[in-house]
Design a protein around this ligand. Sequence first.
Ligand code: PBG
Ligand code: ZN
Length: 319
Amino acid sequence: MYRFRRLRRDERIRSMMQETRLHPKDFIYPIFVIEGENIKNPVESMPGIFQYSIDRLEEILEQVKEAGIGGIMLFGIPVHKDPQGSQAYAEDGITQRAVRFIKEKYPEIYIVVDICLCEYTSHGHCGMVQGEEILNDETLPYLVKMAVSLAEAGADMAAPSDMMDGRVAAIREGLDQAGFTQMPIMAYSAKFASAYYGPFRDAAHSAPGFGDRKSYQMDFANGQEALREIAADIDEGADIVMVKPALAYLDVLKEAALTFDVPLAVYNVSGEYAMVKAAAANGWIDEKRIVMENLTAMKRAGAKIIITYHALEVVDWIS
Ligand code: PBG
Ligand code: ZN
């Protein structure tokens, strides 16, 4: 008989045997930056998460710096929205200004910028719209403009989340031509059309005004197609590929880890965070243990990077 229990006898040997350990550098923490002054708005469905105006950002950036996590991911919320999402690539856009501010005050913080138009378009879709149709090729130049303008502001990494075909190649070419050959692209490659994004859309004011995102984000029934999406993005030049959401898609993540040799990211999304927080607030689960279990599972399944709203709290527990 093999006695597995010998290596589980007490905490000393258990901790020595642990195959997967979380580290602060595993985490990227999403931050919502809103136009205006003196704003720190709680996001109701995401306890502990706020929208900050630039003049109030330092409070959260101090915590990020203190935590020593891998980086932050910025989501800008503009006042002005139009069909072309012009504030996404305006030199003085909210995200551009936030990047410049952070770069200047906190040069040690690694800044990832989400590249997508939905927070900036009046119709709330991730691309250009004609009638009810979300256009693909017509959207690409706008994504390129957004990526280049954020690179010029000082962003460290571009993370396209729009799910238009060909956007990684287009953004790579645009960045290279503008001289940003060293800026990595982390592609939201297997991004599913998911109900788990609900709380984010409140936080980022990015819900689609009509229809849904199913003509560009993936059907959650499809695992094989997810691998093809990832392969295509690697082919187009993605440095890091992502699976999103996390918990209901760990099979996809694991399969990607076994199939590809590029670094993998996973996005532990707003709805996943909200469910944990809601159950914890009711006293129905042990929040700390649940979060540790969830995030460890993501890393065990193959994630190199975990984008999570829990990042700052977790760092306190693991150090
Ligand atoms: C923008 C974007 C979304 C998320 C990240 N980038 C929302 C969406 O696609 O509707 C979701 C993040 C989350 O739920 O935490 N395209
Ligand atoms: Zn979008």
